[in-house]
Design a binder for this molecule. Structure first.
Ligand code: HEM
Length: 156
């Protein structure tokens, strides 16, 4: 049994759930919420976000563990010293940003801060959130593309 191949499949399933969810929030849910009546915006967003954040914690953890297992199994640590493997750095960067947001920033202060800001100025708060989600989605998309090409031999 080829454990690396099985681990790669698990890695990709986790990435599809996590980055696919990010795309759904960024391209469909947030723009939809921005067209809702002011008083329903925050309540709707928090209900959806809470549900996805719980699931994303699982997929981000699975992506990190399977990624780590593959780096070890492929004896690929030295790639981190080679700028040609920028997509390896990008994977770790995207993972680190989401791990920080989901496990530290959100439960500790971000959730409360967004609720306070949205109470004061919902339009500005949701525009800011949409912009932040677009930046993360762009970074994640470039990373998925770079990793898919790089893992199959394309050198940049
Ligand atoms: C701690 C975080 C991560 C680590 C250590 C990691 C590590 C790895 C490793 C070692 C591979 C196999 C490369 C090869 O076969 O040469 C891989 C493949 C891949 N990873 Fe990650 N990864 C991480 C997070 C991510 C993230 C956040 C994304 C997407 C945004 C991602 C997307 C991919 C993709 C698309 C592949 C290519 C699979 C294929 O086509 O064979 N990974 N990852």
């Amino acid at each position: 049994m080829d454990w690396i191949t099985i681990t790669r499949a698990l890695h990709l399933i986790a990435i599809v759930h996590w980055i696919g969810g990010l795309a759904m929030v960024t391209l469909v849910i947030l723009p939809g919420i921005m067209r809702m009546p002011q008083e329903r915006k925050l309540e709707t967003f928090l209900a959806i976000e809470e549900r996805f954040a719980g699931q994303a914690k699982v997929s981000v953890t699975v992506a990190g563990l399977t990624g780590l297992y593959m780096v070890h199994g492929l004896v690929a640590w030295e790639r981190f010293l080679d700028p040609g493997y920028w997509w390896m750095h990008a994977m770790v960067l995207v993972w680190a940003i989401f791990t920080f947001m989901l496990f530290a920033a959100e439960p500790l202060f971000l959730h409360a801060k967004v609720a306070r800001m949205a109470d004061r100025d919902p339009d500005a708060t949701f525009s800011l959130m949409l912009r932040a989600h677009r930046i993360l989605l762009a970074l994640a998309t470039v990373t998925v593309g770079g990793a898919a090409l790089g893992a199959h031999g394309m050198m940049f």
